[in-house]
Design a protein around this ligand. Structure first.
Ligand code: ADP
Ligand code: ZN
Length: 216
C-alpha cells in the first residue's frame, strides 16, 4: 500500500504519519525531513533547497522526486510506505505513479481550518537535538524551552513564523489543492477530519485504512 498524506502545512500529517507507521510497520517518508537533513548536511540538494524553504516556496519537482525515488527503492518500503508532504504538485503525483505503478494507493486528506493551522504552526517548537515536536499551548514541555526527551534546546522552525506560514498556505492552495480533484477522479481520495486530539484523528484515519484492507 502507498499511503499518501495530503493536507495543508500544520494539518498534522507528521503526527498522523508516525502513528500509522507504528501501526502498519510502513516507513513514513517526509520530504520536508529529507530536505532539512540535506540542508543540515550542506549537500548540493540542501544548498539548492535552503532559500526556497525559508521563503515558504516549493523545491523543484526533479529534486524532490529524486529524493523520493531513492527512498522508496529501499527494502523497507517493499511492503508499503507512507508519503508525508509528497506529492505536492500534479507533476510529483505523476512521477511517483511512474516510479511505482502497481502499488495500491490511498490518499488521506487531513482537513483543518486555516485559523487552527496558523495557531498550531506559530506555536510549534522543535528540539534541535532529537527532533521532538512541542507546542507552547497544546503540548508545552515541562521546563520551558527545553526538550523533555533529551534536554535539547527547543527552537521555532524558520518557516513556522506567522508570515511564512501564510505564504506556505497560499502555495498549498495553489499547487497542492489541485491534487484533491485529481485523486477524487482517480478514486483514491479519502477526506479525514483533522480537527481535535491526535488520537481522535488517528482513529478516523485508521477506520479509513482498515476499510481499504490495510492491516493495523
Ligand atoms: P509543512 O508540510 O509543514 O509545510 P514540510 O516539512 O513538509 O512542512 O515542508 C517544509 C518545506 O520543505 C516546504 O515548505 C517546501 O519548501 C519543502 N518541501 C517539502 N516537501 C516538498 C515537496 N514535495 N515539493 C516541494 N517542496 C517541498
Ligand atoms: Zn530532544
Amino acid at each position: 500500500m502507498r499511503v499518501i498524506l495530503l493536507g495543508a502545512p500544520g494539518s498534522g500529517k507528521g503526527t498522523l504519519g508516525e502513528r500509522i507507521s507504528r501501526a502498519t510497520g510502513f516507513p513514513r517518508i517526509s520530504t520536508g525531513d529529507l530536505l532539512r537533513k540535506a540542508v543540515r548536511e550542506g549537500t548540493p540538494v540542501g544548498r539548492k533547497a535552503e532559500a526556497v524553504m525559508k521563503a515558504g516556496g516549493l523545491v523543484d519537482d526533479a529534486t524532490v522526486t529524486g529524493l523520493v525515488r531513492d527512498r522508496i527503492a529501499a527494502p523497507d518500503c517493499l511492503g508499503g510506505y507512507i508519503l508525508d508532504g509528497f506529492p505536492r504538485t500534479v507533476a510529483q503525483a505523476e512521477a511517483v505513479e511512474a516510479i511505482d505503478p502497481a502499488r495500491p494507493e490511498v490518499v488521506l486528506d487531513l482537513l483543518v481550518s486555516e485559523d487552527v493551522i496558523v495557531a498550531r504552526l506559530d506555536g510549534r517548537r522543535i528540539c534541535e537535538a532529537c527532533g521532538d515536536v512541542y507546542h507552547i499551548v497544546n503540548k508545552p514541555p515541562k521546563p520551558p524551552s527545553v526538550c523533555d526527551a533529551c534536554g535539547g534546546d527547543l527552537v521555532q522552525r524558520p518557516d513556522d513564523a506567522a508570515a511564512t506560514v501564510r505564504e506556505r498556505l497560499r502555495v498549498y492552495r495553489e499547487a497542492t489543492a489541485p491534487l484533491q480533484a485529481r485523486y477524487r477522479a482517480k478514486g483514491t481520495y479519502r477526506p479525514v477530519d483533522g480537527d481535535g486530539f491526535p488520537e481522535d484523528v488517528y482513529s478516523r484515519a485508521a477506520g479509513v485504512l482498515a476499510g481499504e484492507g490495510c492491516r493495523l
